[in-house]
Design a protein around this ligand. Structure first.
Ligand code: ADP
Ligand code: MG
Length: 454
């Protein structure tokens, strides 16, 4: 059935692509080897056909449907592209996700659908993301442009897309007349290539130059795509010249995106560059508490034992998407079997996720990598030297040990040559403090984390 195929597609394409592009599809009929689907807009149909048509056909055939073609047409019941106000308190229930999805403004702006759940309200702020959050808030005020572009970067699942959608939602509410355009770099390329094919490049240029706020997500995608880069560069400059706000995200800092033209890199660095750090324990716990709050309303009467959220915050990786997935499954499972969410139940239900994020980073490994990185001896890590060029790397290692392992401060102290837990605490604080202002240090940490966590 289509329901089963949808599940397979979700596994195959990932949750995000699935909710954005597959969930809204309605299978209307299978006839003469053609599968007809209803889609909300022509653009949507084009996109799905181009990117997922083949997948859909293959899955249908694998289920024995004997389909030679898949067609998409705008459905009679579809509300073409009327902008929809986003609900004030969006519920995270799967069935409502599609309904709550709104399109950005008018149909002449080819923006990507916004996820109604990604608001500032639902964004939990902690140390690792407070700068990014503050900058996003500033842009969302819609006041005079103070930095351009805002460049947000960070690893997968740390909230870049969430923040960009939140900006769009907020601007829609505060300044309904602003033309806000949010799309992924991939979509930017797709639109551009399409305009080349349709000989409508001028329309394309005009459209992109007429927006008040342009947000391009995952810009690393256009690296190595020469003509798209070129066009992006011109669009970018034209908007900056008109003093229009631009917001860009990427998975790494501008200077580190390979195969991106130098002039674009330097342009991207002109504004405010902020990174989303990997989540720390407190932030993870905050996010879990917020989500658990939602679920408690949804699954009335479900009890969650003390310590469960803390356990998850300790044990599950820094990627918030993984964290959310774990909690969703846990609540669904507990409500199914009608049991209290205990630590035991959690360990049973999430065994695979826990195992996967169990790729244990050891304190020894951290000390070794940090010593290598700063070119000091491993023995100096645990030795007594207080020289700064040794003490600082040692503090970096302490900080990483606290962040990446579940070890307590006294335990960490023991592995650092029997230091006192207050010394470790001091080292961790010192690094946290420096990180905010010392971008070299922040980069070092990011690199080391990547090395250690694979
Ligand atoms: P990215 O674009 O950086 O890969 P996303 O913005 O898609 O990450 O975030 C992944 C998931 O985690 C989303 O469901 C998002 O709502 C959630 N998320 C990330 N950071 C936070 C946060 N600080 N508070 C609440 N939810 C968050
Ligand atoms: Mg994203």
């Amino acid at each position: 059935t289509w329901g089963e195929i949808r599940e397979q597609l979700e596994k195959r394409l990932g949750k995000h692509n699935y909710t954005t592009w597959i969930e809204p599809l309605k299978l209307s009929v299978l006839k003469n080897g053609v599968a007809h689907f209803e889609v909300p807009t022509t653009f949507f149909g084009d996109w799905v056909s181009r990117n997922y048509g083949e997948h859909i056909r293959n899955h249908l055939n694998a289920a024995g449907a004997e389909i030679s073609r898949v067609e998409f047409a705008v459905g009679a019941g579809a509300v073409a592209a009327k902008p929809m106000r986003t609900a004030a308190k969006p519920a995270p229930r799967a069935s409502e996700k599609t309904a709550a999805r709104s399109r950005l403004r008018d149909d002449d702006l080819p923006g990507a659908p916004l996820d109604a759940r990604f608001t500032f309200d639902s964004f939990v702020v902690g140390k690792p993301n407070e700068l990014a959050h503050a900058a996003a808030r500033r842009v969302a005020e819609g006041g005079p442009v103070t930095f351009n572009p805002l460049f947000l970067y960070g690893g997968v699942g740390l909230g870049k897309t969430h923040l960009m959608h939140a900006i769009a939602h907020e601007l829609q509410q505060r300044k309904p007349d602003l033309r806000v355009l949010y799309l992924s770099a991939e979509q930017f390329m797709y639109r551009f290539v399409q305009s080349l094919r349709d000989r409508s490049v001028m329309d394309f240029k005009e459209m992109f130059r007429s927006v008040d706020v342009l947000m391009v997500d995952d810009v690393q995608f256009i690296a190595g795509k020469d003509s798209t880069q070129e066009e992006f560069f011109h669009t970018f400059n034209a908007l900056v010249d008109q003093n229009k706000q631009i917001v860009i995200s990427a998975d790494r800092a501008p200077g580190e995106i390979k195969d991106l033209e130098e002039r674009i890199k330097s342009r991207l660095q002109c504004g405010l560059v902020v990174d989303l750090h990997p989540t720390d324990y407190e932030l993870r716990l905050g996010i879990l508490q917020q989500k658990a709050e939602f679920y408690r309303d949804q699954y009335k009467g479900l009890v969650i034992a003390p310590g469960v959220l803390e356990f998850l915050a300790h044990r599950i990786s820094t990627n918030v998407r993984v964290l959310e997935g774990a909690l969703t499954r846990l609540f669904a499972f507990a409500s199914l079997v009608g049991r209290e969410i205990t630590l035991d139940l959690t360990q049973d239900c999430l065994a695979d996720i826990l195992r996967a994020s169990d790729r244990k980073v050891t304190i020894e490994e951290i000390q070794r990598k940090v010593a290598e990185h700063y070119n000091i001896r491993l023995s100096d890590m645990i030795g007594p030297k207080r020289l700064r060029n040794i003490a600082r790397p040692r503090q970096v290692a302490m900080y990483l040990a606290k962040q990446l392992t579940p070890r307590s401060l006294p335990e960490i102290g023991r592995r650092f040559g029997g230091r006192d837990h207050t010394t470790i605490m001091h080292g961790v604080r010192k690094i946290e403090e420096l990180m905010a202002t010392d971008s070299q240090l922040a980069d070092d940490l990011q690199l080391l984390r990547r090395l250690l966590q694979g």
